[in-house]
Design a protein around this ligand. Sequence first.
Ligand code: FRU
Length: 484
Amino acid sequence: MNEHNSFIKSDNELKTKAYQAVKNSQDKVRQDPYRLHYHIMPSVGLLNDPNGFVYYQGKYHLFYQWNPFGTNHSSKFWGHFSSKNLVDWHEEPIALAPSSWFDKNGCYSGSAIVHEDQLYLFYTGNVRDENGDRETYQCLAISSDGVNFDKKGPVVQLPNGYTAHFRDPKVWKHEEKWYMIIGAQTEQVTGTVVLYESIDLISWRFLGPITERQDFGYMWECPDLFSLNDKDVLLFSPQGIEPEGYHYQNIYQSGYFVGKLDYQEVSYQHGRFEEIDRGFDFYAPQTTVDNKGRRLMFGWMGVPEENEQDHPTISHHWIHALTMPRQLELKDGKLFQHPVEELVNLRKEAVIYSDVVIKGEKIQMPRVNGNAVELFLEVKENASRQFSVSFGNNTQVLFDQENKLVTLKRKSMKSNQLEKRQCHLNDFKNVRIFLDASSIEIFINGGEEVFTTRIFDDVKNDSIYFHSTGKMIIDINKWELKQV
Ligand code: FRU
């Protein structure tokens, strides 16, 4: 058998093993009351980063880091979903399996672009050598139908001056050239991103790091660079940032700079780092621009090494999910996130109460409950120091007007005690909340601040309470959401 045939054999064998793992565990997975109703989840095993998000041949394609064999990070495939409307997702065959010498220890994260009606995937081949040391290859795979991918092997090798923590290529076109950024660690163990350029997508020229910051963590993962309102936003997930007040409370962060990339000088002038999400579970977001010109984003609703092994879903042979798709907008130098407008198609019947007066009390409204719901609250009048919405036994979002603070509390999976995440908020105007069995996404003031969090509580208690310390008038809108 020649080398190519033996590659195909091992690739097929690995995929067959993965499908067998799905068969073995899917009943157990389906019995889990913490399964989500309308989010993307792995059929079994572990999901982490969204990958290769792209609009191609009339459909959205979304790939994800997937270990079908267990709920740890030992093996990584690219799983694949597609959708015509961002609401109904169809599971496609496995896109990439770690079957080649250049990706044998994981087809790690990366991105997709469309060129001459073909779909190009750029991803990191993670390899461990005989001594267990890491090697990294930035690889290409091409498809003409969006389903079958032909691996072309490495197109970028590790440059001098960087450790093998060099991964997660994101590719885009600017003027007549292709560009790629890669998350990197310098030999001085500082995080950065480096830029490459290409005219044919095959041969890539190293241009260098785009920022010289030496003091912001030891590794930057999953970079994404895109233009919005004439600015260049660099979205990335730095590791090694210490907590500071309300900031950087999770083990690893996700956030962005707003600035301007000078492609000729290879330099990126930017403002300060902003966290993109304030909740417990958000990491490695990735964006694409669709056929309507929208900048859309998915994130991973999880954080690496953040109590992953305490997730109760593990006993049901699965872990983690992706966020809802969000549209990004840049307003006054800040990213706002909006649940994409298509999500209204998830709505079943509405329950609407206008001008509800709450006077220093805790209330429940008829039929405002459930665990697969969207809630939209609009503040009409507010003379209350504090206002909170509580879900079930232990989850609460609290708006503190006096201290200009928002607090999200949930029950810790580790200690069962309440734990919190907080951020500053000048004025509370409205909030849109997506609750789904074991997750909550909270969009405050039209996406000015967002909290994304998994919650593992008693799913049978689907009550929702509103509590104010003083007088408030609010509109309450609630929709039951459909299972997709
Ligand atoms: C981020 C990350 C990426 C890597 C992938 C491996 O969560 O560590 O840097 O490519 O996950 O699954």
